[in-house]
Design a protein around this ligand. Structure first.
Ligand code: GUN
Length: 288
């Protein structure tokens, strides 16, 4: 079997186009321009790339984009003061503090300072708790993207066996909750789980979010399963360059799976598109 490739690039572009249409409608009907503020602390190269992409795509959807770059040694009180200012700013509907933060800053304190109504990352305990309780919430963008990609293959996930490998606050845990809300049967696995191949064997849906290059192998996968690869790992090459690979051994797994996301061009494309969706949702919620 050769798997259908789930094209994140195309699906994300369609989503961004729908967001742009909706932004135009909200501007016309309510005279509101949805606005996203992104805060970047320090100069981590990967984070700078992500933040630039968020800025470009926010502007392309005709939303307002506010970038705040702070030095790595910023005092926690100064970062909290900026967040308090953004919480009060009526032009800002979404606030995202790019992670990871430098070690000198207490991530939990920073996230907790964001107004939950503007928490487009879905990381504030109010939103995480609401999601876990099955209530409407702003939900983390990467897991939302995973669900949209899965639904491009399966209209309903009800009763499907899903396994989520990885339990981070940003991906694994919220993805489990979103799958439960879709009435899937969910197994949660992680780096300490025993016999991962056996745990995967019965899964119709496999989500790999552990950050281990090409860990998921073909002989773990039930023939015909849908495989969603959240991993983004840079493998060094002999010539000094790097190659981007996911957490799934793509070539061999594609021979067994029914559908699979590539890296790059899969989940990564969806995260920013879902951030735009969350910003639009936050703007509509704030303005009724
Ligand atoms: N760093 C990598 N992915 C993300 C994300 O989705 N949100 C935030 N805030 N930081 C990240």
């Amino acid at each position: 079997m050769t798997a259908r490739i789930i094209d994140g690039k195309v699906i994300a572009a369609e989503l961004r186009a729908r967001v742009a249409e909706e932004v135009a409608r909200v501007k016309g009907e309510h005279q509101v321009t949805p606005g996203l503020a992104v805060v970047l602390v320090g100069n981590d190269a990967a984070s700078e790339v992500y933040v630039r992409s968020k800025h470009t795509q926010t502007q392309a959807a005709a939303m307002a984009s506010f970038e705040h770059k702070l030095p790595a040694d910023v005092a926690q009180a100064d970062l909290l003061a900026l967040i308090a200012k953004l919480n009060r700013d009526p032009a800002v509907h979404g606030i995202l503090v790019q992670l990871p933060l430098p070690k000198s800053l207490h991530t939990e304190t920073i996230i907790n300072a964001i107004d939950p109504a503007k928490d487009v990352d879905g990381l504030h305990p109010n939103n995480a708790g609401r999601l876990a309780g099955g209530f409407a919430a702003l939900s983390p963008c990467t897991p939302l993207g995973c669900i949209i990609l899965t639904k491009s293959v399966h209209a309903s996930l009800e009763g499907m066996n899903a396994i989520v490998i990885g339990r981070s606050n940003l991906v694994g845990r919220p993805l489990v909750q979103l799958l439960l809300n879709e009435n899937a049967t969910v197994t949660i696995a992680h780096s300490r789980s025993k016999d991962l191949p056996q745990l995967c064997a019965g899964a119709d849906l496999v989500y790999a979010a552990v950050g281990k290059p090409e860990m998921v192998r073909a002989d773990w996968i039930k023939p015909g399963a849908t495989v969603i690869d959240v991993g983004i790992n840079r493998l060094p090459l002999a010539d000094g360059k790097t190659r981007l690979v996911g957490d799934v051994a793509f070539k061999e797994v594609a021979e067994v799976a029914g559908a699979i996301t590539p890296v790059p061009g899969g989940v990564g494309q969806m995260t920013v598109a879902c951030l735009l969706v969350n910003t639009l949702r936050a703007a509509c919620a704030i303005h009724g």
